[in-house]
Design a protein around this ligand. Structure first.
Ligand code: IPE
Ligand code: IPE
Ligand code: MG
Length: 242
């Protein structure tokens, strides 16, 4: 459904997923250390939550740290983990006031104790909220998620709880990290790269992909609205005919 202004509304846009890329290049362009780019990302996250609230979108998934990002220099990884705690302490009151439910996807057990505890407390505090589901993808990899699902399913077969013919696409979906979350309608990637980098491999089967050259720290409310306008021009057919 479109509003009178033609803007995309929550009715035809339940789940936005964003690959927040380009922090390092943003900093380098300014002669700064890469980590300054990660710090500058906070405003863009704030704006994305704001726009989702305006549009009545139910789910916003932000790819914050991939399973492959552990291969970066230790100092950068440590900085990003500390930033997680800082992000929570600076934003949790505002998120809670906005009725946002904070969630995560990925292997949370990989996250160091301090930031993991902060995250868990923030998730607990906002667990009763009924507005936007803000899902941070942390130590997330699409292949790791599928591997974990397949292991669980194989376990259920081995124990006799299910048989091979019970393994449907729906059953696989139900074993993913957040089985209640609908597939993303649109996946936006900033910074000009045109790939998924192991993000939501199963769930992206019919997502619209929007790529923009804008670096994540420069991607504010207006830029997100423009990306969603691009989404609005797409015709989703899901393999059928119009
Ligand atoms: C995205 O920005 C943030 C993370 C992957 C953690 P990058 O750090 O990948 O920035 P570029 O792509 O090197 O510019
Ligand atoms: C993807 O960005 C992961 C996140 C944005 C968290 P990367 O910068 O890690 O991806 P590649 O290495 O360019 O594919
Ligand atoms: Mg990158």
């Amino acid at each position: 459904m479109k509003s009178d202004s033609g803007a995309v509304t929550g009715a035809d846009l339940r789940h936005i997923a964003i690959i927040m890329d380009g922090n390092g290049r943003w900093a380098r362009k300014r002669g700064l250390a890469r980590i300054k780019g990660h710090s500058a990302a906070e405003k863009s996250i704030h704006d994305a939550v704001e726009v989702c609230g305006e549009l009545g979108v139910s789910y916003l998934t932000l790819y914050a740290f991939s399973t492959e990002n552990w291969s970066r220099p230790k100092a950068e990884v440590n900085f990003i983990m500390k930033l997680l705690s800082r992000f929570i302490s600076r934003n949790i009151d505002d998120l809670d006031r906005k009725n946002v439910k904070l969630r995560t996807t990925g292997r949370l057990t990989d996250i160091p104790d301090g930031p993991r505890r902060d995250l868990e407390l923030a998730m607990e505090r906002t667990s009763g909220n009924t507005g936007l589901n803000l899902i941070l993808a942390l130590s997330y990899g699409g292949r790791a998620e599928l591997r974990d699902a397949f292991v669980e399913i194989a376990g259920s077969i081995a124990s006799g709880d299910i048989v091979l013919s019970d393994v449907t696409e729906e059953l696989i979906s139900a074993h993913l990290y957040n089985s209640d979350v609908p597939d993303p309608d649109v996946i936006i990637r900033t910074s000009g790269e045109q790939r998924l980098s192991n993000f939501l491999l199963w769930q992206s089967a019919y997502s619209e992909l929007v790529f923009t050259p804008i670096l994540w720290p420069d991607f504010h409310a207006e830029q997100l609205r423009n990306a969603l306008e691009e989404y609005r021009t797409r015709k989703r057919r899901f393999g059928g005919l119009e």
